[in-house]
Design a binder for this molecule. Sequence first.
Ligand code: CA
Length: 232
Amino acid sequence: MAKILVVEDEEGIGEVIELNFSLSGHKVTRFTSAEQAKSVYENGTADFDIAILDIMLPGMDGISLCEYIRKKDDSIGIIMLSAKSQEQDKVLSLSVGADDYVQKPFGVRELLARASALLRRIGKHDKPTVSDDVLTSGPFTLDLKSRILHKDNTRIDLTSVEFSIMELFFRNEGVAMVREKILEGVWGENYYGDIKIVDVNIRRLRMKIEDDPSNPQYIVTVWGYGYRWDVQ
Ligand code: CA
């Protein structure tokens, strides 16, 4: 059972999502505007594992809401719902912290599958036996139990996707990895999204972990190929 926030102004679509997620055993809180969802965060009662946000909303739009929620909660999984004509919005929403997007019109089964995959990634699904594993690489320490990254002694907050990328890098130190491998390793092999999602997340990670993000020394670009995690 996961706690799902749904923000969708089209009642019919919102109802279908709520019904199907409820039937799958999840607890759904549904709003028809970003402002309503925001007020739950403002009064401090927000407690969700996954947010499903429509991009086109009256008033505050889904992208602004995504950015707002991401600032409040590093660990929540965020799925955006976008129309076909909103190609730019997809990239934009990923850059402000969304983990995934589903294009309208979508089958509710697809949305359920995406949500399940995201729940597994953020560790809210059939919790595996908790290990005390701590991975270290150069000045970095990745605590798999608390899902926290430290650089020297400074804590760096990561989204669930960013954390998964770091874990993949830590386990493949010095290995050049193609984007497709990163996509598969982090989003799962049944993910059919855009490869650009990898680059967007790498850019965000560099802002967080590099001394000089414009001249990265840890996440190195392998031209025409992908990325390599480098620590001396
Ligand atoms: Ca809408």
